[in-house]
Design a binder for this molecule. Structure first.
Ligand code: PEP
Ligand code: MN
Length: 336
């Protein structure tokens, strides 16, 4: 149930409700936007909701409309802004995250960090633990990769994001990264989601390649339910009958998620299409449907990249994309 308190409800009235929910074995969660809302999470004991409805300070009590309660507008009728150090995701400015698919060497990640920063990226990406289809492909540099990414972030002042593949790596990744990435393959790794929910590092939750929008939002709910409120969603393409491109970029899902949830949403055109020549135009399309930003793969020499060579942009291509992105479809400049 979602309990909305009167705008004038006082602290004692709110505490009484929370105490009652706890006594009945529910987990209470609050959100504040004008008035306080309290979600009664979990399967607690029977409650006389009509009696509670008549309690001082309570305005209304309604059942949740969706299985993802904390991610819904019903619980929090205010857009969430996720802060990654000084960068705000979901605010007025679109955010561009960029960097190599995999961290390969100091020179590679440092030169990329400098180049993407110069062109206007505000967060540096780079994989140290890589989810590769074949076990014989490059698996990432692990902790050494995390250290190099951190060094490049510190050298340029860019916060860094990197994928955490396994529960065992959560602490070490948190030590070096400013934002976790949960990859498409792990979107429904519920024990990993629960562990990330206990952390306070912001999270980018990619959509699984075969996940519905509801499954994606329920995955976000696992993290929110654990108490980590800094969740950003990322559409990265889904598997469909059409194999002309690596995946099918589902831009309608981006617009839909904006209707269903207060969480920020960004788009990863690189993994969505897998094709360098389409990254710029798909980024523009993403912002046009309301995405809060994009995450794009950039490499000093894409053709020599150890992973995802076909989709990474070189520095010039990224610079051109950023210039192009500043022009919205209606011809007005976009604040990146
Ligand atoms: C990545 O960003 O490097 C990656 C592997 O992405 P995804 O999980 O979307 O495939
Ligand atoms: Mn990649």
């Amino acid at each position: 149930m979602i309990i909305t308190m009167n705008a004038t409800a006082n602290g004692a009235e709110i505490s009484r409700i929370i105490k009652h929910l706890k006594a009945k074995n529910y987990t209470p969660r609050t959100s504040v936007n004008g008035c306080i809302r309290v979600a009664a999470l979990g399967k607690g004991e029977a409650i006389d909701w009509d009696m509670l409805r008549r309690t001082d300070g309570v305005a209304k009590i309604e059942p949740p409309e969706q299985p993802y309660i904390l991610a819904s507008w019903q619980m929090k009728p205010e857009r969430s802004i996720v802060k990654v150090r000084h960068v705000e995701i979901g605010g007025a400015a679109a955010v561009v995250m960029a960097g190599p698919c995999s961290v390969e060497s100091r020179e590679q990640v440092l030169s990329t960090a400098r180049a993407v920063k110069k062109s206007g990226a505000v967060i540096l990406r780079g994989g140290a633990y890589k989810p590769r289809t074949s076990p014989y492909e490059f698996q990432g540099l692990g902790v050494d990769g995390l250290k190099l990414l951190r060094e490049a972030g510190d050298a340029t002042g860019l916060p860094v994001i990197t994928e955490v593949l396994s529960e065992d790596d959560v602490e070490i990744v948190a030590e070096y990264a400013d934002m976790f990435q949960i990859g498409a393959r792990n979107m429904q790794n519920f024990s990993l989601l629960r562990k990330i929910g206990k952390m306070r590092t912001p999270v980018l939750l990619k959509r699984g390649a075969a996940a519905t929008v509801k499954e994606w939002l329920c995955a976000a709910e696992y993290i929110l339910a654990g108490g980590n409120e800094s969740v950003v969603l990322c559409e990265r393409g889904i598997k469909t009958f059409d194999n002309s491109l690596r995946n099918t970029l589902d831009l309608a899902a981006v617009a839909l998620v904006k209707e269903l949830s207060h969480l920020p949403v960004i788009v990863d055109p690189s993994h969505a299409c897998g094709k360098r020549s389409l990254i710029s135009v798909l980024s523009k399309a993403a912002l046009a449907v309301g995405a809060d930003g994009v995450i794009v793969e950039v490499h000093p020499t894409p053709e020599k990249a150890l992973s995802d060579a076909a989709q990474q942009l070189d520095f010039n291509e990224f610079g051109a994309m950023m210039r192009d992105l500043r022009i919205a479809p209606n011809g007005t400049p976009v604040r990146l």
